[in-house]
Design a protein around this ligand. Structure first.
Ligand code: MN3
Length: 207
């Protein structure tokens, strides 16, 4: 039997985000953590094969359609699969002075005042998030950009927003290199954000 979900190939090598994210963290995060969310998601969906016909986005947008006995399993592991797949895509090998191109930069400036202010808001939301979760840049239904963190593997799709950029705040994302220094990890992470991809998601969504 073929399962609906499988591990996506990274668009770069495990060591390519060095020195900001180390090779071993990337390898364990992708091949072990992400794989286990996929295995658990497939196992949960086995119990209601009608869900095989829906896209993961549709499932996360309509969690009320998922039978109650598997809902939290689907929410946690479906979110785990979606969030990590997006996370890999919105990173790329580091560039010096890594900033969005002008078209999306001006959108960020319009929403947050300046690029630096946007980063500050994102840093604060990440730093103050308690325990495991993710920090998000989303576009809402009024096409406004918002920054917030969500616990566990909760996803903005489930509350009507569309995710553009996300950072994984679970300790497994940074502990090998940064231990308890979450803010150092967040600061380093800005070097490997793939702004081209983030802008592409925004313009696809609002056009
Ligand atoms: Mn993770």
């Amino acid at each position: 039997m073929k399962y609906p979900y499988s591990l996506p190939t990274l668009p770069y090598g495990y060591g390519d985000l060095e020195p900001y994210i180390d090779r071993m963290t990337m390898e364990i995060h992708h091949s072990k953590h992400h794989q286990s969310y996929i295995d658990n998601l497939n196992a949960a969906l086995e119990k209601d094969k009608n869900l095989f016909d829906l896209s993961l986005e549709d499932i996360l947008k309509n969690l009320n359609l998922v039978p109650e006995e598997i809902r939290s399993q689907v929410k946690n592991n479906g979110g785990g699969h979606y969030n990590h797949s997006l996370f890999w895509e919105v990173m790329a090998p580091a560039k010096t002075n890594n900033k969005p191109e002008n078209d999306f930069l001006s959108i960020l400036e319009k929403n947050f005042g300046s690029f630096e202010q946007f980063q500050q808001i994102f840093n604060n939301a990440s730093k103050t998030h308690f325990a495991s979760g993710w920090c998000w840049l989303v576009v809402d239904q009024e096409k406004k950009l918002k920054v917030y963190s969500l616990p566990n593997h909760d996803n903005p799709l489930s509350i009507g927003d569309f995710p553009l950029l996300t950072n994984d705040l679970w300790e497994h994302a940074y502990y090998l290199k940064y231990q308890n220094r979450r803010i150092d990890y967040i600061q380093a992470w800005w070097n490997v954000v793939n702004w081209h991809k983030v802008a592409e998601r925004y313009f696809m969504m609002v056009s």
